[in-house]
Design a protein around this ligand. Structure first.
Ligand code: NAP
Ligand code: HSE
Length: 427
């Protein structure tokens, strides 16, 4: 008996596209058992059709999107080109043509996820995007399905491999930021332009997507407060060690009575916290739900095959839905409209390093400015005392971001303070 065939088109044959192509071929022999049909990549859209592509059937390559769109046999479009346009238009056109879409495109989903999911629902199509957050780590499907019985109040994670690698090397091998970034680039973790990694933009996009799903309310990229790791110094790392902490760049989101709080920034994290042991380029997402309590998802957040693993899982899901005629079963899950709080109103604890004059009364003046601005000090350590200068290392209690900003603005104006060297949040 001739088995059925599901045809799919790949848009993009870079790191992820190549991984997906390889994995589809590697799993070909189990597809009939898995989805009740053979799975075939029947066309591959690329920008440069003349580029040499090792191990790929060149007859499948095309640079003409219309050829794919018009092909009624293609039921699944796998978008792994990246960027906003033309990816957005192509996904919308595919959905309007009744094709199901799998994508890894976090940039697009973090801005236009709502619009794309609405288009999928209108056309009874699947739009799945497991690879968009934390690469190979299952997190979108667990949030939408396995944890659907929970009210999730916190989701936070290490969702950028490059920055985690850099911070690990700075912490464990005393590498400088520049050295560690060069190594991360050499190993292929960083994007061609690493700005999106080190300035926190990549993690910010992932934080927007995962908090939208966790809290059932749309959070867009521009709602996320973002700070990268470029200001972290070896001195900060030394203090973190002294305080039994590590420094990690975290995407942190809370659903509070007054709205969603969401940001990406480096944090001092106690060594006992489960995320503190996530090293090198690994990612992890930590979720707190009212029923499950704490759960953590750990693994490879990027790379050819880990990311292809997530894409392949989505393709298999689409194919199973096709088999049972239940496509579009789980679409947009943002059925609430919770405001995102202005980040100035969010409370955090801080670690601060101040370079001050070594004179009587300076500590008292500094403490007064903090007190005047409702910043409660937890501990002060005075280090590196020279004849005329000293370093004050201050930890605060929970304080509203704008109160701390006001205090620091006033401190910067004082003659007795020459520099505010570090401002790092503490988990
Ligand atoms: P990549 O290596 O830069 O590959 C992009 C591919 O898309 C290339 O094959 C390119 O064609 C093709 N392409 C780009 N623009 C095109 C256009 N206008 N028309 C036709 N083809 C076009 O990117 P990647 O690292 O595989 O990432 C793909 C997506 O996965 C992105 O959304 C990324 O954020 C996401 N993602 C990546 C990872 C990862 O580890 N890399 C992890 C999770 C998610 P040519 O080959 O002809 O240049
Ligand atoms: N550059 C990204 C990272 C790749 O370092 O995590 C996956 O999004």
């Amino acid at each position: 008996m001739e088995s059925k065939k599901i045809k799919a088109a790949l848009l993009g044959l870079g790191t992820v596209g190549t991984g997906v192509y390889k994995l589809v071929h590697k799993r070909a022999d189990v597809m009939v058992d898995t989805i009740g049909a053979e799975l075939e990549i029947s066309k591959i859209l690329v920008r440069d059709i003349n580029k040499k592509r090792e191990g790929v059937d060149e007859s499948l390559l095309t640079d003409d999107w219309k050829e794919i769109l018009a092909d009624d046999e293609i039921q699944i479009v796998i978008e792994v080109m990246g960027g906003i346009e033309p990816a957005k238009t192509r996904i919308l056109e595919a959905l309007h043509a009744g094709k199901h879409v799998v994508t890894a495109n976090k940039d697009l989903l973090a801005e236009y996820g709502g619009e794309l999911l609405d288009a999928a629902a209108e056309n009874n199509c699947d739009l799945l995007f497991e690879a968009a957050v934390a690469g190979g780590i299952p997190i979108i499907r667990p949030l939408k399905q396995c944890l659907a019985g929970n009210e999730i109040t916190e989701i936070m994670g290490i969702v950028n491999g490059t920055t985690n690698y850099i911070l690990t090397k700075m912490f464990e091998e005393n590498m400088s930021f520049e050295e560690a970034l060069a190594k991360a680039t050499e190993l292929g973790y960083a994007e061609a332009d690493p700005t999106a990694d080190v300035e926190g933009l990549d993690a910010g996009r992932k934080a927007a997507i995962m908090s939208s799903i966790a809290f059932h309310s749309r959070v867009r990229f521009h709602d996320v407060y973002i700070e990268g790791i470029t200001k972290i110094t070896s001195e900060d790392i030394a203090y973190a060690k002294e305080f039994d902490c590590v420094i990690k760049m975290l995407g942190v989101a809370h659903n509070t009575d007054k709205g969603i709080e969401v940001g990406v920034y480096p944090m001092l994290l106690n060594k006992e916290h489960p995320l503190a042991s996530v090293r090198d380029s690994f990612n992890a997402v930590f979720v707190h739900g009212d029923a499950v309590d704490d759960a953590m998802f750990y693994g490879r957040g990027a790379g050819e095959l880990p990311t292809a693993s997530a894409v392949m899982g989505d393709i298999i899901d689409v194919a199973r839905n096709l088999k049972y005629g239940c496509s579009g079963r789980i679409s947009c899950t943002c059925y609430k409209e919770i405001p995102v709080k202005n980040f100035d109103d969010v409370k955090n604890k801080f670690f601060l390093r101040l370079q001050v004059k070594n004179e009587p009364g300076v500590l008292a003046q500094t403490a007064k400015v903090f007190g005047d601005h409702k910043v409660s000090i937890q501990r002060v350590v005075q280090k590196h005392v020279e004849e005329k200068a000293a370093e004050l290392v201050i930890s605060t209690e929970l304080v509203k971001e704008y109160h701390l900003k006001d205090a620091l603005r006033e401190l910067k104006e004082m003659d007795s303070i020459s520099e505010i060297s570090s401002i790092i949040r503490v988990y």
